[in-house]
Structures are given as structure tokens and as C-alpha cells.
Ligand binder design. Sequence first.
Ligand code: NDP
Length: 461
Amino acid sequence: MRYTTPEVTEIRRQSSSEYIKAVHKKIAERNAGESEFLQATWEVFSSLKPVIEQHPEYIDHGILERLAEPERLIIFRVAWEDDEGKVHVNRGFRVQFNSTLGPYKGGLRFHPSLTSSVVKFLGFEQIFKNALTGLPIGGGKGGSDFDPKGKSDREIMRFCQSFMTELSRHIGPDIDVPAGDIGVGKREIGYMFGQYKRIRNAYEAGVVTGKNPDNGGSLVRKEATGYGTVYFVEEMLKGEGKTFAGSKVIVSGSGNVSIYAMEKAIEFGATVIACSDSEGYIYDPSGIDVETVKQLKEVERKRIYHYLESHPNARFGNDNTEIWTIPCDIALPCATQNEISRESAHALVDNGLKALGEGANMPCDEEAVRVLTNNGVLFAPAKAANAGGVAVSAMEMSQNSMRYSWTAEEVDEKLQTVMKSIYRSCIETAEQYGQPGNLIAGANIAGFKKVADAMIAYGLH
Ligand code: NDP
């Protein structure tokens, strides 16, 4: 089969890098103004020159063009009532990006900054991340511009129920399986699952992941993204004869990914000296006490500066860019996209940074990545480093299908196996395509090839 239009025929005469640029130009025209989505698509496409050169069949089959267009983008109204009886309207999103390898799979984000551009960037990334895990899951993402901060528990419940009332039409254990992301943890997942169950009159446990382990969730799902990031970075460090032990680490954020990245880094012998939330950062040179952070964030849902009440020697700063000016050996950005700019990357390099692992999705902007990699910093890209969360989500689906639960040790062991195998696949692919040691190229190419080959096998759609 050959995907041919006069333009493609013309493009085939050009070099593969011209072809990639031409396709991306069309994507930019079609998705004008969607800066995060265009940043994410370019980040992948810019790695693909060697693979397109070796496999012109990807041009014939229009793989790049098809990959960048979601199979489906659902946008819907979410009306809900606050505790005073006032009606509010938010916007809900679900992008079902690519189902080549399995049911759409990816988290839901509740944050006021959520737009279709952000949902599409996250969904696009998810396709390749999920492919890298080697598990049978396609790529999707969703959420709402709803701000959960300051809402009562009843308000959160009413919002989740209203959100799921519409979303339930589009998902299912073999169709699309959402999970958590920023602003969505096991409480929100519980309310959404309850509403789905009520609407369907069926206990389809595998329809969402990240459930409470007491109610159909997997053990170690909560810890999986943070632990997995540290497992991946440890593999990368080992490859260079280094380790977490004895190093100083900065972890941005203090949410689900950050807390368990801190916990595992400390377990591996590192000292975590700083973390943050959206209102500022704390610096504790003697080592952040992660149990205090857990209590503040998971139990009391308080701001991070309250840490100083029990740790008066720590410092608080309200300018989050300053966290990257603190000298450290390893940086784990685990908060949100584009939190590390060129300036922050320069500050990290000047202070002797050795390695960076992206726990968040796309936390380093394009220029920051260039500064870090040009200066010899070992770089673990998000779609490989933070794939542990979705890997354990897929394990939750398996346990739900079997109506059986693995122990925490069993899940953790499987998680380590997946992270090691992703690392190996990135390293080997980078080597095979002439870019030894480049984990960005390795992750992009390995994820892309897996999906592209299956898209060809399944025929044009
Ligand atoms: P959480 O909501 O649990 O935590 C997010 C943390 O980042 C909070 O401390 C939050 O502070 C902070 N934060 C959010 N937005 C901003 C901002 N604009 N500026 C500064 N800080 C901010 O989310 P997760 O830990 O689940 O997700 C964090 C990142 O990891 C995201 O990029 C997500 O896509 C990615 N990820 C998550 C996975 C998961 O399993 N949860 C899986 C793979 C990737 P505050 O509380 O003040 O808002």
C-alpha cells in the first residue's frame, strides 16, 4: 500500500529531513496556536531522520501524518453545583490518540491550564511512552480545566460525577482506560469509578486505573511513576559508573510523582535537598523529610511552606525558577511542562549537574534540553523515564481481568523489570541508529517504530 498524493510524491524526492520538516509544517498549519502540541510533535519528529532514511515505507504509508492526527478528540461541557448551590461550567476533554497497540490509555488532568493543546501534547507523548513499556496499550489523555484547589470533598465528588456522566459514553475496559494525572488521585478516581459503575450497572473494574488498592487498585500504582523514574535514572547512572548514593538531588513538585521519586532516591542513598509546589519551593540542606511532605500533601492537603513549621532550618522561596539555581548532582523535575527553561538549564550546568530525569511530562523546554545535552548532562527523557506509572496501570488492568491481586513485591519487581527493559531498548536503538548514548533519540525511535510497524500491519485507517 502506498499513501500517495501529488505532495507526497514530491516530498519523496526530497531528503528525509526535508520530508519531516514539510510534514511538520502542515501539522503546524492545521493546529495553529497549539504550542505545546507542536513542541511535543516536533520533539519526536526531529529524532526520526535516521529511521525514515532506512524505512521509506513509513513515507508511503503516511505514518507521520496519521500519527499526528488523533483518532478522536472529545470536548464536552461539565456542569456542577458548589456547596452554596451555585452552578459552574467547566470543559472536559478526552483525546483518543492512537489505539494501534491496545485500548487508549492515559491519565486525566484537572488543572485550570488544561487546553486542547495540552491534552493533545500529553496524548501524543503517551502513544510512544506506552509503546516503550512493551505492554498492550494505546495512547490517550484527558481531563478538565476544573481547579480542584480549595474545593470541598462534596464539590470534588459532584464534579467527578458530572465529568464521568459524559465520559462514560466513550470509555470501557477494552476501549479507553483513564487514570490519574495532575489534580487526580485515588479519591477522584474512586468517585469517577463509582459513577461509571452506577451508569453501566456493571462492575467493570478495568475501566480506570489508579483505584484505591482496597477497591480494585494495584499495589505500588501510587508509587510507580516516581519509583520508576528513579529506577530508570539509576540504570542510566550505572551505565556511566555512577549512582544515586551520596548525591544531592532536587525534585520539583510535591505531588504524586515527586513524593515517590524523593522516597526512592533517599532509599538509594541520595539526599534530596529541595522540592516545591505551585506557590514556591523549600530548601533543606540537611535533607527533605519526605514523611512530613506526605503528611502535608497527601493527608492535610496544605501548601509546601508549612514544612518550615516542623523544620525551622529549611528555607522557603516563592520564585520557583530559583529552585534550579541550588547546586545539585541530579535534578528530577516532577511538577509540570516547561518548568526548566534555557536559563535554568544554564544555572544547573554551571553548578555541576551530572544527570537529569524527567519525572513530569516535557518539563524541559526545547532550548533547555539542548543546553543540558550539549554540556554532557546525562538526560533521561520523560517518555522513557516516567513510563512506570502507566506500566503499573497496565498491570492493574491485568489484575482486574484476572480478579486477582499481586503483592507489592511482585508489582515492584515487574516495575523494575519494565524500567530496565525500557532503558535497554533506548540504549540499543540509539546505538543501532547511529546515536550512541542518546536516550532521547533511542526513546523516540524505539516507541515510534513499534507503533509505525503495527499501523502498517493493520492497514490504512
Ligand atoms: P500532582 O497533582 O500529584 O502533583 C503536581 C505537583 O506539581 C504539585 O506539587 C503541584 O503543586 C505542582 N505543580 C502543578 N502545576 C504547577 C505549575 N504550573 N507550576 C509549578 N508547580 C506546579 O500531579 P502528578 O505528580 O501526578 O504529576 C506531575 C507530572 O508528572 C505531570 O507532568 C504529569 O503529567 C506527570 N506524570 C504523572 C504520572 C502519574 O502517574 N501521576 C505518570 C506520568 C507522568 P500544587 O499542589 O501547588 O498545584
